[in-house]
Write a protein that binds this ligand. Structure first.
Ligand SMILES: Nc1ncnc2c1ncn2[C@@H]1O[C@H](COP(=O)(O)OP(=O)(O)OP(=O)(O)O)[C@@H](O)[C@H]1O
Length: 267
C-alpha cells in the first residue's frame, strides 16, 4: 500500500430516510483503502451498500459519518476535474449516437475539445474496430459494455468505478468480458474499484477482494489475490482458485457452510 492511497474510506456510515419513516442504516464503520494502480473488487450480499460506497466515492452522495478521501481530497474535486470514470450494469448509451460519438460524449460534458485520436485508440483497445459507426441497437450486450468502459476511460480517469458492469450478460460473454477487462486494465493500470456479485469474477480480476457483511454493510474479510498476471481462463479450474472461491463464499454467506447441527428440525 502506498503512503497516500488513491481511495480511503474511514469509519464511513450512511443512513437514508426510509419511505415508511425512520432511517435505514446502509453502511456502518466502513474502512477501506485502495492503492494507486490497484484493482479492488467489492462483493457482498444484495442491499449491503456496495453501490452506496461507489456513490460516495464518486461524490454523488455524502457519508453520514466518517470520511471519504479520493487522491488526498474531496471526491467532488476529482469528479469536477472529470478524473473519475463510472460504468454501470446498464451501459446507458445514447441510442441516437454511434459508438464513436458515445465514447466521445464525456469531452462534450466536460466542455473539452474532442480528442478523436484518443477515441480511436480506445475503440481499438476495447476491440470495437470496424464498429465505429454502429449505433447501440446494432451491438450485442457485451459490445455495449465495451463502449461503456471505453467511455468511462476516455478522459483518462485516475479512478475507475465499475458497478456490476457485466451483471446483465450471459455467462460466456461475461467470461470473455472479464478477459477483456483484464487486458484493458493491464494497458491502463487505472485505479479500479469493481462491485460484483460474482465471486469468480472478483478473484479473476482483482488484486484484492473485499467482502461486505449484510446491511448495515462493513468490510468483514479481505483477501489478497495471489495469482500472477496475466491470468488465463485455465486459472478458473485450478484448486488454489477454488479454495479461495470457497473461502470468499463462506465469508459472503456464512450459513452456506454452516454447522448442520444448527439447522432446526421441522416440527
Ligand atoms: N437513496 C436511497 N434512499 C433510501 N434508501 C436507500 C437509498 N440508496 C440506497 N438505499 C438503501 O441502502 C441499502 C444499500 O443499498 P445499495 O444499493 O448500496 O446496496 P447494494 O449492495 O449495491 O445492493 P445490490 O447488490 O442489490 O445492488 C439498501 O437497503 C437500499 O434500500
Amino acid at each position: 500500500m502506498t503512503a497516500v492511497p488513491a481511495l480511503r474510506l474511514a469509519g464511513v456510515g450512511k443512513q437514508f430516510a426510509a419511505e415508511a419513516g425512520g432511517t435505514v442504516t446502509a453502511l456502518a464503520g466502513v474502512d477501506l483503502e485502495v492503492a494507486t494502480g490497484e484493482f479492488v473488487a467489492l462483493i457482498g450480499p444484495s442491499g449491503c451498500g456496495k453501490s452506496t460506497i461507489l456513490r460516495l466515492v464518486a461524490g454523488l452522495d455524502r457519508p453520514s459519518d466518517g470520511s471519504v478521501i479520493v487522491h488526498g481530497g474531496e471526491p467532488e474535486a476529482l469528479s469536477r476535474a472529470h478524473k473519475l470514470g463510472f460504468a454501470f450494469q446498464d451501459a446507458a448509451l445514447l441510442p441516437w449516437l454511434d459508438v464513436r460519438d458515445n465514447i466521445a460524449m464525456p469531452f462534450r460534458l466536460a466542455g473539452l475539445e474532442r480528442n478523436m485520436d484518443r477515441v480511436a485508440a480506445l475503440i481499438d483497445l476495447v476491440g470495437l474496430t470496424g464498429f465505429e459507426r454502429a449505433r447501440p441497437d446494432e451491438l450485442s450486450g457485451g459490445m455495449r459494455q465495451r463502449v461503456a468502459i471505453a467511455r468511462a476511460l476516455v478522459l483518462e480517469p485516475e479512478v475507475l468505478l465499475l458497478d456490476e458492469p457485466f451483471g446483465a450478460l450471459d455467462a460466456v460473454t461475461r467470461r470473455q468480458m472479464n478477459l477483456e477487462l483484464q487486458r484493458i486494465w493491464s494497458a491502463t493500470r487505472t485505479t479500479t474499484l469493481l462491485v460484483t456479485h460474482a465471486v469468480d469474477e472478483a478473484l479473476f480480476l482483482a488484486d484484492r477482494v473485499l467482502v461486505m457483511s449484510q446491511r448495515p454493510g462493513r468490510i468483514v474479510e479481505t483477501i489478497a489475490v495471489p495469482f500472477g498476471r496475466p491470468r488465463a481462463p485455465a486459472l478458473l479450474r485450478e484448486a488454489a482458485f477454488h479454495a479461495l472461491e470457497d473461502r470468499l463464499t463462506e465469508a459472503l454467506i456464512p450459513d452456506a457452510y454452516g454447522d448442520p447441527a444448527r439447522i432446526q428440525p421441522i416440527a
